[in-house]
Design a binder for this molecule. Structure first.
Ligand SMILES: *[C@@H]1O[C@H](CO)[C@@H](O)[C@H](O)[C@H]1NC(C)=O
Ligand SMILES: *[C@@H]1O[C@H](CO)[C@@H](O)[C@H](O)[C@H]1NC(C)=O
Length: 276
């Protein structure tokens, strides 16, 4: 029996038949856009992974090859272009079973579930990590677009979001104003720009709020727009036409008056009046 056990252990040793477990964090990893992060993954027991194949895959993407290390080399054949230049293993840590992946300049499209898959000649194991990417929204603006359909048009625009935010316009008392559907644009790095137009009517306070929020990342931004009521007064087309007509009338009247005075008082006064 003793001899047999010894032989088995020796055979195991030479054929690399050790079994191992692949481990990592069970908690969600929250990464802030633009930061560098580590996706932890390691072997238990902490045997060397230097001669193993280490694969990192993004499970949200079909054939989501994020990184491959095999025969002591990085294999780039099927690597997703957006991960080239941004991923690496800690080479100096492999000998003690640390196969964590370093991911730099995190972008929106990095969100997902990552599989750390490790194969030796005889054994393999895997661990799945969840990553949430939190955008760093940069601007939220309320722009006055001028008179629209009997009210005042306002535009709210916000960019740099991840995940996609919710956008609403609120009136003076915090009531939701009905607006069209938001316009959403997602850039190549996976960040969202959202825009929402609204037409507001005059109220007592004329203070309007654009609120952009994403509850999953606990992010909320508000932008206030205050309008002076004169904007509403002079904005409607008939008001503008009547103002224009009034002005035209006044100018015509003045011209007539000048003409009459000039005719009465002679050429010297024409010069005088023109100077006025
Ligand atoms: C491997 O794990 C053992 C037991 O947990 C620990 O004593 C040892 O220092 C570790 N070796 C390395 C290289 O991390
Ligand atoms: C693996 O290496 C990285 C980089 O040095 C380190 O931050 C991490 O804590 C290591 N993980 C383990 C399990 O030793």
């Amino acid at each position: 029996v003793c001899v047999c056990v010894c032989v088995c252990v020796c055979v195991d040793y030479y054929l690399d038949l050790w079994t191992f477990e692949v481990l990592g964090p069970t908690d969600l990893i929250v990464a802030v856009a633009g930061d560098d992060i580590i996706l932890p993954c390691y072997l238990k027991p902490n045997i060397s992974a230097e001669d193993m194949t280490v694969d990192w895959l993004n499970l949200i993407i079909t054939d989501g090859h994020v990184y491959r290390y095999q025969n002591s080399k990085i294999i780039r054949d099927q690597q997703i272009p957006s991960y080239i230049e941004r991923t690496s293993l800690f080479k100096e840590e492999l000998w003690r079973g640390n196969t964590s992946l370093k991911l730099t300049r995190v972008q929106g499209t990095d969100e997902g579930r990552y599989k750390c898959f490790i194969q030796s000649k005889s054994c393999n194991g895997e661990f799945i990590i969840r990553v949430l990417v939190k955008g760093e929204p940069v601007t939220t603006s309320g722009v006055i677009e001028g008179h629209r359909e009997g009210g005042m048009g306002l535009l709210c625009e916000s960019e740099g979001w991840h995940p996609e935010p919710e956008l609403v316009w609120l009136g003076s008392e915090g009531v939701h104003l009905s607006a069209g559907p938001p316009e959403t644009h997602r850039d190549l790095e996976g960040f969202y720009t959202v825009k929402l137009h609204v037409i507001v009517q005059e109220t007592d306070i004329n203070r309007f709020t654009c609120r952009v929020q994403q509850s999953r990342i606990n992010e909320k931004m508000e932008r206030f727009t205050s309008l002076v009521s004169e904007l509403f007064d002079y904005a409607t087309p008939w008001r503008i036409s009547s103002i224009v007509l009034c002005c035209l009338g006044a100018i015509t009247g003045l011209a007539l008056a000048i003409y009459c005075i000039c005719n009465k008082k002679g050429n010297d006064n024409i010069l005088h009046l023109q100077v006025i």
